[in-house]
Design a protein around this ligand. Structure first.
Ligand code: GAF
Length: 352
């Protein structure tokens, strides 16, 4: 049995820009999907958290968590014109599932990496990320961008990745936060409409391009916004300004201006809430509570629940959390979950 671990990710800034040819700035975190792979007679998939085994002789879609695995195997077969022999695959996780921390990309990338390693297929880390992205778009049906799979595959500990999703160029930028650190607060909610609203946002952005007669969002600038109104104006304004914020955040980080990084996080949240409209009551409540008490905070990932990224001094964060949990529980009847974020390497083998 060969063991691999594939990390989740946070995104410092650049939300809903990755399918709009924009910039993103994520890094992998030390919360993982663990994958054990072993050649076998049949395909056998076991998830510890689901406590379920799925056995298949011929791979077919199941509409369950196993589709992320099945999709990857089928995609590798398709692009390399090979048959993949049956594997027994065990999955366990320290990464909260469905919390906006990229658990599905971690699984896709982990499976592709492991199979590539065992069968010596010579796929690069970029190709592995692209396979995961294709599976998500074509097999699962979420029309996501490339951020999550690139972060899970290409991250380097102590760095974040500035990724230009238009050219697919990326650079690792050292994560030097001085006396501050990032924290995650999991709101514990994931609203059902998330996936359908995600695809709807994508469609609205395509409508923006049609209206402006442009091929790529990369050519949309502030002056173009005047030609739009209503929903399309709001969506486009978010994308244009969020891209600017990514580049300003990278500069601020390079200059060790962590206060400024925090300011952009709050601005990003406001924009995701009011212009892109992918936030929700629960995550807004948490960000509002934190507003005057930490350097920065914003929802992270696709939205409609999930997690909040917080930039704060450690003791200040821990001093707030009990009061926040109390008020959150009073209002929503739910408890938050939280942890300090440590950066991590992309997917890797951890043992035979
Ligand atoms: C989800 C998607 F999978 C990403 O591609 C990205 O669009 C993100 O939402 C929003 O920035 O995580």
């Amino acid at each position: 049995m060969i063991k691999y671990r594939s990390p989740g990710r946070i995104n410092i800034i650049g939300e809903h820009t990755d399918y709009n040819d924009g910039y993103v700035f994520p890094f992998a975190i030390d919360k993982y999907i663990y994958i054990n792979l072993e050649k076998s007679e049949k395909f056998e998939f076991y998830s510890e958290s689901e406590n379920k085994i799925i056995i298949q002789e011929k791979l077919e879609k199941t509409n369950t968590w196993a589709d992320y695995i099945i999709g990857v195997i089928k995609e590798i077969e398709k692009i390399l014109h090979i048959g993949i022999p049956p594997f027994k695959i065990n999955i366990s996780s320290t990464l909260p599932i469905g919390a906006g921390l990229s658990s599905s990309a971690a699984l896709e990338v982990g499976i592709a990496y492991g199979i590539n390693d065992i069968l010596n297929l010579n796929l690069s880390r970029v190709e592995i990320a692209e396979i995961g992205w294709k599976v998500e778009n074509e097999f699962i049906g979420l029309r996501c961008g490339i951020m999550d799979q690139y972060a899970c595959s290409l991250s380097k500990k102590d760095n974040a990745i500035l990724l230009d999703t238009y050219t697919k160029q990326f650079q690792h930028i050292p994560l030097k936060l001085g006396e501050y650190n990032f924290f995650i607060i999991n709101s514990g909610v994931k609203h059902e409409l998330g996936n359908s609203e995600y695809n709807k946002r994508r469609q609205e952005c395509e409508e923006v391009l049609n209206k402006l007669n442009k091929k790529t969002f990369r050519d949309v600038n502030k002056n173009d916004l005047e030609k739009l109104n209503g929903t399309l104006f709001k969506r486009a304004k978010h994308v244009v300004e969020e891209n600017e914020r990514v580049l300003k955040t990278v500069e601020a980080l390079k200059n060790s201006n962590i206060q400024e990084v925090g300011k952009y996080l709050f601005e990003s949240h406001e924009s995701l809430k009011n212009l892109y409209e992918v936030s929700c009551e629960e995550t807004d409540f948490i960000v509002d509570f934190l507003k005057n008490n930490v350097l920065g905070a914003r929802m992270v990932g696709g939205g409609f629940g999930g997690s909040i990224l917080v930039l704060s001094k450690k003791n200040e964060f821990y001093n707030l959390i009990d009061e926040l949990n109390k008020r959150y529980h009073e209002k929503f009847g739910l408890n938050i979950d939280y942890f300090e974020v440590n950066s991590a390497n992309g997917v890797e083998k951890i043992g035979d």
